[in-house]
Design a protein around this ligand. Structure first.
Ligand SMILES: *Cc1c(COP(=O)(O)O)cnc(C)c1O
Length: 432
């Protein structure tokens, strides 16, 4: 009935998540409200980890890409699942470390890390720094030398794969700000240079070919291309790259018609490709890392809003305005992303109307979505927008000086606040 399997309807006809009635969450914590289902997060972590154990002999590691959704409680949940974490800024690293996350299981990403960020990463002892460009390599080497350490690095490579996805989230092709190009020899020259660096140790190569990818073929192709590169380095430079990071980008179901391949199938097919290709090329099987973000956090989340105005424009459309919008979910205005919505207090009724759900900001594009099938919604109803766990809270802003919603984790019929709702005082906190 819903896109996410973790949702149900109780005897009152209200939508439930993690055994909790969403209308009670709205009443207790207010709206807009981000709700994260802890068990759904844990299940996704276990499926990824389990699939590496099953299909790749456990010779790999899952690193949750925390940019999808990061707060201290999320870091604690991820940590307790025994997987690693990716960060892309000092802020994400700080969050993880403050939550007690083991630095050696953290990878630091980013196409333009500052010297301060590199220093912080080195001092914290992060497990990997994924180096994006030569300037960063040189700056990192200088910082590591000052501190007399030898951090492990990987190179971010552009493998030149078209992942058939939205232009904004396509990152594996040559015209991208991320990483070293393979075709031009840039990546090869960088590897040569890194091998001669005394204060960094090149362990692996990394690629991330895009996001919200449904097909497995581009991942298989990326693995082949990367392994060929590893073999070339082995033959021509007599250097062994022992780690291959295949990035994230696994698609999730936002609408009923979306049909992402199960992670297990991904891991089964990619492991087979790695095995075959390594045998063909005569190289040893690398340790594998994968970096799911959206697929761990996305389906676990939903956002609750209260309906305000209902505006029917005859023969054109019906606007249902809610008490949030682009500050808590900027994905429609950024990418025209689509979502499924439910009137949480009428969840057992038919979705009998097609509406536009609008936010409250002074921006016509501030919509949650258009042409959305929905139960008849009136002022005071609670709307749940589904699968908002990734890239909503993490991309939220204070546009129109709107305080950010709270984040509540639910599990086994209980709810706990993970991030407090911002207050009006928070809005002026840094104003002078
Ligand atoms: C964003 C990102 C991810 C996660 O992508 P998802 O689409 O959320 O799975 C993984 N690795 C890198 C390097 C990224 O930039």
């Amino acid at each position: 009935m819903f896109i996410s399997e973790n949702l149900n309807v109780n005897e009152k006809g209200n939508l439930t998540v993690g055994g909790v009635d969403t209308t009670e969450l709205a009443a207790q914590y207010g709206t807009p409200l981000y709700v994260m289902d802890e068990q759904a997060i844990r299940d996704a972590c276990r499926r990824f980890k389990g699939s590496i154990d099953r299909y790749y002999g456990g010779q790999g590691m899952v690193c949750y890409a925390s940019k999808a959704f990061s707060c201290m409680e999320m870091c604690r949940v991820i940590d307790s699942e025994g997987i690693g974490l990716d960060v892309v800024s000092a802020g994400e690293l700080y969050t993880a470390l403050k939550a007690g996350f083991d630095a050696s299981k953290i990878g630091f990403h980013g196409n333009n890390k500052t010297d301060d960020e590199l220093r912080y990463a080195v001092e914290s002892g992060v497990g990997h720094i994924i180096v994006d460009n030569i300037s960063e390599l040189l700056r990192l080497e200088r910082i590591a030398k000052e501190k007399n350490v030898r951090p492990h690095i990987m190179f971010r490579i552009k493998p030149g794969i078209d992942a058939h996805t939205h232009d904004f989230v396509k990152t594996g092709q040559i015209d991208s700000k991320f990483g070293f190009a393979l075709e031009t020899g840039e990546a090869y020259d960088a590897v040569k240079q890194a091998i001669s660096c005394e204060f960094v140790e090149l362990k692996g190569v990394h690629c991330h070919i895009g996001s919200q990818i449904f097909d497995i073929a581009p991942f298989e192709e990326a693995a082949r291309v990367m392994l060929k590169f590893i073999a070339k380095i082995r033959t021509e430079l007599d250097y062994e790259i022992s780690e291959l990071n295949l990035g994230g980008g696994f698609g999730i179901r936002y609408l009923g018609e979306h049909n992402p391949a199960p992670f297990e199938t991904y891991m089964e097919r990619v492991s087979a490709v790695v095995d075959e290709t390594c045998a063909e090329l005569g190289i040893s099987r690398p340790f594998i890392l994968i970096e799911p973000g959206r697929s761990i956090a996305g389906p676990a989340g939903l956002t609750l809003y209260t309906v305000g105005a209902r505006k029917e424009i005859p023969d054109i459309r019906t606007y249902i305005s809610v008490d949030g919008g682009m500050p808590d979910n900027p994905r429609y205005i950024l990418y025209k992303s689509e979502y499924e919505a439910v009137v949480a207090n009428k969840a057992s009724e038919e979705r009998s109307e097609t509406v536009t759900i609008a936010g409250k900001c002074c921006e016509s594009g501030d919509l949650i979505g258009e042409n959305m099938p929905l139960q008849h919604a009136e002022s005071g109803d609670i709307i749940a927008v589904l699968a908002t766990g990734a890239y909503n809270y993490s991309m939220s802003s204070n546009y129109n000086r709107i305080p950010k919603p709270a984040v509540v984790f639910v599990n086994n019929g209980e709810a706990r606040v993970a991030v407090k709702r911002e207050t009006l005082d928070d809005i002026i906190r840094n104003d002078i």
